[in-house]
Design a protein. Structure first.
Length: 230
């Protein structure tokens, strides 16, 4: 089996300018995802797809394969899956069995995370995709004509609310022949349940404070990513 990690990292971030190149603990944010992929024994190649010359240059410096992305896949509407599929179909000479998608805006990954996803999809042929999810109990509702309409009665206890599950952003593993070849981003999806306390998605400047907090509180789980470059 062959496994290729693809890291989509465009240059046009707006809320946090140049966030994929922002330094954290002395390394560009992008480098943390490259390090996670390269530290996995089950990943054969690590590819960074970008429209930005500076990002591609940093990717090469960090030991990844840098691949130029067309402009129509570098706007606000392009999905990470579309980018990964473009790389798979148009830029790989040898097609892998599995594509591992890593978002650089979720930089902290435990050493076993990627391998857990790959092993999960390898052992079950009915699964097309594995992704890590987090969960929360949300006292949710909607607003109609400026009126709050709760999904739950006011006396509902928080512990009795159903869990809401959502992608963590840290890991997606695709079976290439049933997703990349036929343009199916979902299919049968299995999950790895992650810890929301460690959930990081760098969308705003304040997210760097949480990133620093999580790293410092769980340093032993993440310092291998930093040590890779020392």
């Amino acid at each position: 089996m062959s496994n290729v990690a693809i890291i989509p990292a465009r240059g046009g971030s707006k809320r946090v300018i140049n966030k994929n190149l922002r330094e954290f603990k002395g390394l560009p944010l992008l480098a943390w995802s490259i390090s996670a992929a390269k530290s996995s024994k089950l990943v054969d190649d690590v590819i960074v797809s970008s429209d930005c010359h500076n990002i591609l240059a940093v990717a090469k410096e960090c030991g990844a394969i840098a691949m130029k992305r067309p402009a129509d896949l570098a706007d606000d509407f392009s999905s990470a899956y579309e980018v990964a599929r473009y790389v798979y179909l148009n830029q790989l000479d040898t097609k892998p069995d599995y594509v591992i998608l890593l978002q650089p805006t979720s930089p902290l990954r435990e050493i076993q995370l990627i391998e857990s996803g790959i092993k999960a999809i390898e052992k079950d042929n009915s699964i097309d995709r594995v992704m890590e999810v987090n969960s929360l109990k949300l006292f949710s509702g909607k607003v109609v004509n400026n009126i709050w309409m709760s999904d739950y009665p006011e006396d509902k206890r928080s512990q009795d609310i159903e869990e809401t599950y959502f992608p963590s952003g840290r890991l997606y593993v695709y079976r290439a022949k049933t997703t990349m070849d036929i343009n199916e981003s979902e299919g049968n999806t299995s999950i790895i349940l992650g810890d929301y306390e460690r959930n990081i998605n760098i969308d705003y400047e304040s997210d760097f404070k949480k990133l620093d907090f999580v790293y410092n509180n769980y340093k032993s789980d993440y310092e291998h990513l930093l040590n890779y470059y020392i």
